[in-house]
Design a protein around this ligand. Sequence first.
Ligand code: 13P
Length: 335
Amino acid sequence: MSELNTIALKILSNGKGILAADESTATMTKRLDSVNVPSTPENRLSFRETLFSSSSMSECIGGVILYDETIKQQTSNKKNIPDLLQSVNSIPGIKVDTGAKSLAGSPNEKVTEGLDGLRDRLKEYYKLGARFTKWRGVYNITKDHPSKLAVHSNAHALARYAALVQECNMVPIVEPEVLMDGNHSAEDCLKKTSEVIKKCFEELILHKIDLTGVILKPNMILAGSESDNKINGDEVAKLTVECLKNSVPSEVPGVAFLSGGQSEIESTENLNLINKVNNTNFIMSYSYGRALQQSALKCWSKNITDIEGTQKVFNHRAKMNTLAAQGKWSKELEN
Ligand code: 13P
């Protein structure tokens, strides 16, 4: 078993998942603005430290994706954040892309940047304790999108990123996110997501990636958020498993879904249903941002010194998702 495969399995085994706490400062500012908390480095740290010190971490959260600011911060009692995570048996990860920018040649689509200087940044993050990384490509569905150009450009960038990350002995999370914005059908989402994922693996193989040391972070197969033809959870699960079965090479150890704007309960319920019908060898777990943090953030914002109260809310969501990652969740457990 390769070292990278061991890391990937450690992050995702036994129902463990990933906490995506890698919001850029701009995004985190939006989240804090929405609950009327000033976005200062201290407040961003305080919320994140509260989550990372929760009792559910060691049992539920196999890895945390950090942002550049956070991986360099210290806790209130002068512990480095990566050390805090290691002390609760969670592997520190780091977002390394520098964001999705307008794609020249198809300006209504995006291509993710961040390859220049990446090798040096990876070495620095490794020294700081990171053992896995994230890069997110983003695609929208319209009549003409994603274009072949967007599918190709993002897959190429993801593969070059993954090669540099493995060269530096870290596990790359490969995240091609097909957005749920729009009125497209679930069938459209299935078709486009399959095309996008297949292209990513074509490029990963071309770039000689060790697929046993990769985690795929895809979207679930859903109808667009403005579609009149929503599908139920059983159909989401069936189409999502079908998509991954047909587009992901069998060497890949695991998949960690993004929540992508689904509600907390919806993303837990869908993950549970996916695991009930998962007839592949892939672990299917979670790498949620909003779906793990929304309620905790709301609670924290009411009184940012209420660490215990905030942790209680976070612990509940982490536990519910870890049950869902094993197909053991039920709605009654939410009460
Ligand atoms: P959401 O779960 O909020 O979609 O965030 C996951 C993520 O890391 C997106 O890149």
